[in-house]
Design a protein around this ligand. Structure first.
Ligand code: FAD
Ligand code: FES
Ligand code: FES
Length: 1331
């Protein structure tokens, strides 16, 4: 094999050859491609391997195995030097606007699978990799897929994308786009799309797919270079091809620091700050990259990628259950694009050396694997126990291979059992488990007797200990025992003692109870589980979407109301859509990163970079001292005041910005910020206020909003609470609910680029929801007039409310640095920092007292709410009003409240999709559930009896209720109960619960009433000479389809002109980026109504234009008989008619507020043993009035609902005792992924007819459906109630009542805790001594 040094790393990207002579060997492929090539489709979403935004596909010739390979990798972890000889395909390489799009891109667009689009290229590439592997090597093994389809199955098509995250869509449309390729798909089962109408599905209507053209060319791209390898002293990168070479590279005695590299995925977990003198790539040493097999077992080279280990084991597994099970478990390790490059050896070394919570170590420990090591020149073979519990491997020790033995039964009458387990937030992987386990047991079955355990190996891991461990005491206890109930009970008692998480581990009791659950599940595989004693099947629910239905009805204002694909969706898929960080850096551009406080309230004595090695590339450290004369220390400003940019002498909270370090490269700036040492002093300072209780004690509250906000924020008490309580038959007094925070998890983190312009001006590209406020903030900070500051925003990679205040600070910091240094400065905040500074949803403590009649009718409710608003006022004064608006969905009789906005030393909380409303609505549902428990009624009946009449609606929502005909909730409710078969399903849920002990189901139906406010927005429509139309609006496109609706509204309104050739106006309209110097008063894109307000603004503009043009059109028509649009425009130009119109839409005072309605039914199944839950089915009906675009609205409904599922069921946004966010990565913060969404997901956009006060009769869709996710929570609670009933039936006395408050989010530990951490023990105790 040729070895090459002279031209450095050589590889191809989208067919273009790159030879990189100089590169820092720690540079990732993503860094390189995004900064040194024109290819930007790969996005940086996390830099940890946890989101899939950066996925690219590589093809290469494997010189060791002598075969061509094609697979996906996360480019954020893959090192550029390790792709030497590879051919890389990015999404724009797959297809683009110039050469034609790939069918994957076209189908993603047509199935409405791209909203903000930031995740889309990554999804496309993950899916392409699966397609390529299925279809790259014709002729295919029979059966051939039908023409136009892939060989992929439905399940493979979905599994291919389970590691990719999307925060916008709710995944269902993405799954549909992928499923459309599958050989076994029934096209009629796929959701709404732009290819066919219901009942007309045919493959011929899809963008055609042909493997010969759409897959093979990319696979065959790898060329000659694949045969050569990289050995470069200059790059410090070495690729030994034998153990001898490796040995001489390691044993040099020169003291150089060495890093052994395979997939480099370990850096996703252990962020590297260290620089190494030498990188040694292990993948080309045959011993490390081969698999061999003999009679004793299989030996995998340590550099063998996990995905290949899985394939091999699956093949072997056809004759070995153990190997098959290991493979199945490994399929839940990380995600496909990680497993493709992550090596089995790398995993084990991380586990051994750094206590990584490995699944693989646990599996191999259970089966008695051995390992071959190279230490110095000596080889040795050791057991897994010796490996894990020996001293940490030295940097120059090499793991050579891993041996997995074939295992046989010990005797002819015995059965060998092997099972492995993991409990994690996501069923299909991409989430570390709370506990993993692998059990092996050999059990003899004598006639007439139960199974006798000959031996057992019980391994547990990832539960907060250094290494996977064996529960030897339990193993010894079980040996020789017959598996009786007594033995099971004792074994579980022992295992809970053996699995002891270290201090500081989260949920220790849960993890211990999981150990018992797993062992019980395993041991019962040796008894007859179908017997009534063992209470029904333990089998899991399939994790993927099985079906979905969407119904939409269109409107009267063509092309408004058409479900056209989102504007720009296809270029988002191909990765050509430009986000702020995709704008090429101008010459001499610098990069900044935030240095944030880790202390809540402390004096900052200084910032230094004393670490070794010292971070390189630092140009300046910008702080408050750099604010120019005339400028102010302001980083953000909005309705209620301003926030400082930099903490002054004293920090206000952990996450406060202390300084902005500017360096030559983003990586250097990030590293410098991470390594900055801040010298704090707290002496003499008061203790920080970190809880709402502290705030109350110190009377630390924000003032009420100024009177001018009264019309929006006035929240009045309703009725007489004391009187209502006096009328009550029952009361619940001073009950508490605690609600935590939620992080936005927009896929694109905060980012801006500031470019100094002539005459002391500044152009700032900012991913912000309010360019106008950003302009003000920058101008004030720099001390310049606002006309000196141009803020440009084209699109956001997700916002959800999080790109308001914090985005302004990043933009202002860049502008300040750019002004000082007279150079362009950009910043793309890393995910960890973003999560620390974001603030997120308002946590709160609610205390309520409620009175109600015996039939469930409420008579009075009083709420005391303490909201943790954090340090700055932000948008917090809106929150109390919004909470109350959410609570008012039911008729409480009388409603009173005392809500305090607590000022604390925590990050300031901001608007997160459906702010306040989601908590208010939750409070209402939580109270309904408790009242139902007290009365032993179905919550459904309590909900119904408390629905508003139109009169009570008028009373509760005085200025929003509208006309009686607009109150569609009762109609939606009845329709949903019917269409979801709610009543029939209650019976089947009950039946299921009667016959299953370990899995319980619940079903819940909830309504939503959501008040929105319409604000003023500007628009500008200009018609160009060729008849094309350019539109500007104040609203920002952030995935919600604002541009698409605006296009449709423009085409509709201009189409009212009486002339020919307006049929294709939609194609003639382009909405362009927001520019604060072109269109002023852009306001803030928030609150779900910006799209409709922008549509209204452009309609007003179009009306003016139509009026200006009508006279001319009529006269031309009279002269010529007819007139074409293009001719009309040309003539208008000649006649100097003004073809541009501006408008500022202001809603009529009576139309400023209105209510939205919807309802959802969800059915959930929980595993009582682990707390895992599956959403079996969700049905939603949501009233969009006459939807402006039903496909876009449906996307909002589904996406919003799934974000709500995150809030209620999954996402823990936690801090340490100083208020510093600790769940600040994709490792610790889990948003829903494809395997968390409802298996059956039916959503209907209801057309509720004409609404005269609304924009073209439409209603909002962005936020209200998020609240409907509480149906999942309530269904989960109902299932937990069933588990508690079961416990009671077994004689347990504690934790069995149905009157409890299930915590939010109802994560696995929470669900398990409320089901009973010793559920199985209670069951066994009952068997031993029946109650
Ligand atoms: C997002 C994500 C999710 C994950 N989820 C899981 C999970 O759920 N369960 C689980 O078990 N694992 C999980 N992992 C861990 C993953 O399996 C490991 O990162 C991977 O196997 C490491 O292999 P690598 O080839 O990339 O190692 P590298 O990153 O290249 O190396 C890791 C470390 O091992 C050293 N090393 C590598 N090979 C050798 C060798 N042969 N001899 C000596 N030293 C060596 C390297 O020097 C380095 O220090 C996850 C990883 C990521 C990024
Ligand atoms: S950016 Fe690479 S996986 Fe998230
Ligand atoms: S479209 Fe997936 S994150 Fe926005």
């Amino acid at each position: 094999m040729e070895k090459r040094d002279e031209c450095g790393v050589v590889f191809e990207v989208n067919g273009e050859r790159f030879a990189v002579a100089e590169v820092d060997p720690s540079t990732t492929l993503l860094d390189f491609l995004r900064s040194a090539t024109p290819f930007k489709s790969l996005k940086l979403g996390c830099g940890e391997g946890g989101c899939g935004a950066c996925v690219v596909v590589v093809s290469r010739f494997n010189p060791v195995l002598k075969q061509r390979e094609i697979f996906s990798v996360s480019s954020c972890l893959t090192l550029v030097c390790s792709v030497n000889g590879f051919s890389i395909t990015t999404s724009e390489g797959l297809g683009n606007s110039k050469d034609g799009f790939h069918p994957i891109h076209q189908r993603f667009a047509g199935f409405h699978a791209s909203q903000c689009g930031f995740c889309t290229p990554g999804f496309c590439m993950s899916f392409f990799s699966a397609l390529a592997n299925a279809d790259a090597t014709p002729p295919h093994a029979p059966p051939q897929p039908p023409r136009g389809f892939s060989s992929l199955t439905l399940s493979q098509a979905q599994t291919a994308i389970t590691g990719n995250l999307c925060r916008c869509t709710g995944y269902r449309p993405i799954a549909d786009a992928c499923k459309s390729f599958a050989a076994d798909v029934d096209l009629e089962d796929l959701g709404i799309n732009s290819f066919w109408k219901r009942g007309e599905a045919r493959v011929s209507k899809l963008p055609p797919y042909n493997p010969e053209e759409d897959v093979c060319p990319y696979v065959q791209q790898c060329r000659e270079e694949c045969e050569s390898i990289l050995n470069s002293e200059r790059l410090s990168w070495f690729t030994p091809v034998s153990l001898e070479e490796l040995g001489s590279l390691l044993i040099t005695g020169d003291g150089a620091s060495v890093k052994l590299v395979v997939g480099n995925t370990g850096t996703g977990y252990y962020k590297e700050t260290e620089k190494y003198d030498r990188y040694i790539d292990l993948r080309y040493i045959p011993e490390l990259s081969m698999v061999t097999r003999d009679a004793s077992g299989v030996e995998f080279g340590a550099a063998f990628p996990i995905s290949r280990v899985i394939s091999y084991l699956k093949e072997e597994g056809k004759s070995s259950l153990v190997l098959e099970k290991i493979a199945e478990h490994m399929e839940r390790v990380a995600s496909i694009f990680i497993r493709n490059s992550a090596s089995i050896g790398g995993n084990l070394v991380m586990a051994q050396r750094r206590s990584f919570p490995s699944d693989i170590a646990t599996l191999l420990l259970a089966v008695g694997s051995t390992l071959a090591l190279l230490r110095g020149r000596a080889r040795e073979r050791i057991t897994m126990d010796e490996f894990l519990y020996g001293p940490p491997l030295a940097p120059e020790d090499v793991l050579l291979s891993v041996h997995i033995p074939f295992l046989d039964c010990s005797a002819s009458d015995s059965r060998l059992g092997f099972e492995s387990y993991r409990a994690a937030p996501r069923p299909l992987g991409n989430a570390l488990p709370y506990l993993n386990a692998a059990f092996l047991a050999d059990v003899s079955f004598k006639e007439g007797g139960g199974g006798v355990v000959n031996y057992a190996r019980l391994a547990f891991g990832a539960y907060g200990i250094d290494h996977a461990t064996r529960a030897r005491e339990v193993e010894e206890y079980l040996a020789g025992k017959t598996l009786t109930v007594e033995v099971l009970y004792e074994a579980l008692t022992l295992v809970k003692r053996a699995v002891e998480p270290e201090d500081g581990t989260s949920y220790p009791a849960y993890r211990k109870s999981l150990a018992a659950s797993f062992l019980f599940s395993f041991l019962t595989t040796f008894v007859d589980v179908s017997s009534p004693t063992f209470g029904g099947s333990l089998s899991e629910v399939a994790a993927l979407v099985s079906s979905a239905k969407q119904s939409v009805e269109s409107s009267d204002y063509y092309p408004v109301g058409e479900p056209i694909p989102k504007a720009g969706a296809v270029i988002q898929a191909s990765g050509e859509a430009v986000y702020v960080d995709d704008i090429p850096s101008p010459p001499h551009c610098l990069h900044g990163a935030l240095i944030c406080s880790t202390k809540p309230l402390a004096r900052v004595k200084g910032v230094s970079f004393e670490s070794v090695p010292k971070p390189s590339g630092i140009v300046d450290v910008i702080s408050a001292k750099d604010i120019p004369e005339g400028g102010e220390n302001i980083g953000a400003t909005a309705f209620f005041g301003s926030e400082y940019l930099f903490a002054g002498d004293t920090t206000g909270f952990a996450g406060d910005i202390i300084a902005f370090v500017v360096a030559d490269r983003q990586k250097e700036a990030n590293l410098a910020a991470r390594m900055a040492q801040v010298d704090y002093e707290t002496e003499g300072l008061d203790p920080p206020i970190l809880t709402v209780e502290d705030a109350v004690e110190n009377s630390s509250f924000f003032d009420p909003p100024p009177p001018r906000y009264e019309p929006y924020l006035k929240t009045e008490v309703i009725g007489d609470f004391s009187k209502g309580m006096a009328e009550a038959d029952h009361k619940i007094l001073s009950a508490e609910i605690i609600l935590g925070s939620q992080y936005y998890f927009y896929m694109e983190t905060q980012t801006a680029l500031a470019i100094p312009d002539e005459d002391n001006c500044m152009v700032v590209y900012s991913a912000v929801q309010s360019p106008e406020f950003t302009q003000i903030s920058i101008a004030r900070c720099l001390g310049v007039p606002e006309h000196n500051v141009r803020v440009i925003t084209r699109r956001l990679g997700g916002g959800f409310g999080g790109k308001c205040q914090r985005a302004m600070k990043v933009a202002t910091a860049c502008a300040l640095a750019a002004q000082k240094l007279r150079r362009p400065v950009r910043s793309y905040i890393d995910r960890n920092t973003d999560m620390i500074i974001a603030g997120g949803r308002h946590p709160m403590k609610i205390t309520y007292s409620v009175g109600f009649k015996s039939n469930g009718k409420m008579t009075a409710l009083h709420l005391d709410i303490l909201i943790d608003a954090g340090f700055f006022i932000d948008f917090s004064p809106f929150i109390p009003h919004m909470i109350v608006a959410g609570v008012k969905k039911y008729n409480w009789g009388a409603l009173s409240f005392d809500i305090k906005l607590c000022k604390t030393n925590n990050t300031s909380k901001s608007m997160v999709r459906a702010p306040g409303d989601v908590q208010g609505s939750f409070i209402a549902e939580a109270i309904i559930e408790r009242v139902a428990s007290v009365l032993s009624m179905e919550p459904f009946s309590v909900r119904e009896i408390n629905f508003h009449t139109h009169e009570s609606l008028q009373l509760f929502y005085a200025d929003a209720a509208g006309d009686f005909s607009e109150y569609t909730l009762p109609r939606i409710w009845d329709q949903l109960v019917k269409s979801s078969c709610y009543v029939e399903r209650i019976a089947s849920v009950q039946q299921f619960n009667r016959s299953n002990m370990w899995r319980k189901r619940g079903i819940s139906c909830v309504p939503v009433v959501y008040e929105v406010v319409v604000s003023g927005f500007p628009g500008k429509v200009s018609i160009l000479n060729d008849g094309s139309v350019v539109v500007e609006v104040g609203g920002i496109e952030m995935g919600q389809g604002l541009w698409t609706k605006v296009k449709q509204a423009t085409a509709y309104a201009l189409g009212l002109i009486q002339c020919d050739g307006t049929d294709d106006l939609l194609e003639k309209v382009r909405v362009v980026q927001s520019d604060t110097l072109s269109l002023v008063q852009g306001g803030l894109t928030a609150g779900s109504t910006t799209s409709e307000a922008c549509c209204a603004a452009v309609i007003e503009c179009c009306n003016v234009l139509v009026e200006r043009l009508s006279l001319l059109a009529t006269s031309l028509q009279e002269q010529q008989g007819s007139v074409q649009w293009n001719d009309l425009i040309l003539e208008a130009r000649n006649q100097s008619i003004n073809l541009a119109a501006n408008s500022y839409f202001v809603p009529e005072p009576s139309s400023t507020k209105y209510l939205n309605y919807g309802a959802a039914v969800s059915e959930v199944e929980i595993c009582v043993l682990t707390g895992e839950k599956s959403i079996l089915r969700t049905d939603i009906i949501y009233d969009c009035g006459q939807s402006l675009n039903p496909a876009v609205d449906l996307g909002q409904i589904e996406g919003s609902f799934i974000q709500g599922v995150g809030f209620f069921m999954l996402e823990e946004y936690l801090t340490n005792e100083e208020g510093l966010v600790t769940t600040n990565s994709t490792w610790t913060y889990k948003i829903p992924s494809l395997d968390n969404i409802p298996k059956q997901f039916n959503a209907e956009v209801l057309n509720s007819g004409r609404h005269p006060g609304r924009v073209l009769s439409s209603k909002a869709s962005g936020e209200p459906p998020l609240l409907l996710a509480v149906s999942v929570y309530c269904a989960t609670r109902a299932a937990v109630v069933e588990a508690r009933k079961q416990l009671k039936a077994w004689g347990a006395t504690q934790g069995t009542d149905s009157d409890f408050q299930l915590d939010v989010p109802a994560t696995l530990p929470v669900v398990k805790q409320y089901c009973g951490l010793d559920y199985i023990e209670a069951y066994l105790r009952n068997l031993l001594a029946p109650f």
